[in-house]
Design a protein around this ligand. Structure first.
Ligand SMILES: N[C@@H](CCC[C@H](N)C(=O)O)C(=O)O
Length: 306
């Protein structure tokens, strides 16, 4: 049971960014760290027996996040991100927007008036991310994130991804987490994506990889489907869309400042590479509902209250 052993007052919130969905576990003191085992995360993310999500956003004060305390000087809160299978990931681009909205909506971070932009930093295993919330409603916001400088690792040599039975060259991009981007004529070429696409040479990504299939829709406008490490096909992946954007921008020899749009199954993300090489991603964030433990909140039915 997902609440077993958690403090009685624990509330969990469901949120999403372009339909990449998350269970948010508020735990400023880091008291739940030991209880957030891979099994518990997988139970929370189970779409039938749990709340259902692509991942968990564990909200911890950075000073209480073992190994990352040095980020506390810049970022009061740390996004401890877990994939649906319970594995740990360095970064989540959609998650960080939802995380930022949760912090402001719940008063963990002081926001301005509704509608006023709010800016602060979030700690992650992939480094500190600066977020700006705009068009903020009570449960939604448009959030711009400085996703840092994308890296094109060279140590793996050439990597391919299987597309309809043929190994096609992929672009290796590191956004804090690993991505292999393959350009296709249509995202339908990705097939069913029921299983992890074949990436060669086998085992070249020792820690696993997220695989993006990117198709041009118009100049500087692409569509993407993704198979996420630790999850499977999802409706969106923010870091994956960053990888697609920067792979396309390099292919197009685009100047910095050129705007790109990436459509995912769950919506649209917008990008610009700044002159300093940092990639800015803008997209929506939404909080859906808050889930309470079942029995201690809802009184047992009696003839009077039935
Ligand atoms: N959906 C995320 C990425 C989550 C982590 C990824 N599955 C990994 O293991 O690297 C995003 O929006 O970036």
């Amino acid at each position: 049971m997902i609440f077993d052993g958690l403090p009685a007052r624990t509330t969990l919130t469901k949120g999403h960014g372009t339909e990449n969905d998350f269970v948010i576990v508020p735990d400023p003191d880091g008291a739940l760290s030991a209880q957030l085992t891979p099994t518990r995360v997988a139970e929370l993310c189970d779409r039938r027996a749990g709340i259902g999500a692509d991942g968990v956003l564990h909200v911890v004060r950075t000073a209480n996040m073992a190994g990352y305390e040095e980020q506390a000087a810049e970022a009061e809160f740390f996004m401890d991100y877990r994939n649906a299978d319970g594995s740990v990931a360095e970064m989540c681009g959609n998650g960080v927007r939802v995380f930022a909205l949760f912090l402001t909506a719940r008063g963990f971070v002081k926001g301005g008036a509704i509608g006023e932009p709010v800016q602060f930093s979030v700690g992650t295993r992939g480094g500190i991310k600066r977020v700006t919330l705009k068009a903020t409603g009570e449960q939604t916001a448009d959030v711009t994130v400085d996703m840092g400088v994308p890296v094109f690792p060279t140590e793996r040599g050439s990597v391919t991804v299987d597309v309809k039975g043929t190994p096609e060259p992929a672009v290796d991009v590191d956004m804090g987490n690993p991505h292999a981007v393959v350009f296709v004529d249509s995202t339908a070429d990705a097939g069913t994506l029921y299983d992890m696409p074949t990436v060669l040479p086998a085992g070249v990504y020792a820690e696993g990889v997220n695989v993006e299939f990117a198709a041009d829709l118009a100049p500087r406008h692409l569509a993407m489907r993704v198979y996420e490490r630790g999850v499977g096909e999802t409706r969106s992946c923010g870091t994956g869309a960053c990888a697609v954007m920067i792979a396309a921008a390099r292919r197009d020899a685009a100047d910095t400042g050129t705007e790109y749009t990436v459509d995912v199954l769950g919506g649209r993300l917008r990008f610009v590479e700044r002159a300093d090489g940092h990639l800015e991603m803008t997209g929506p964030a939404a909080l859906v509902c808050t889930v309470l433990p079942p029995l201690d909140i809802i009184p047992a039915a009696t003839p009077e209250n039935r």
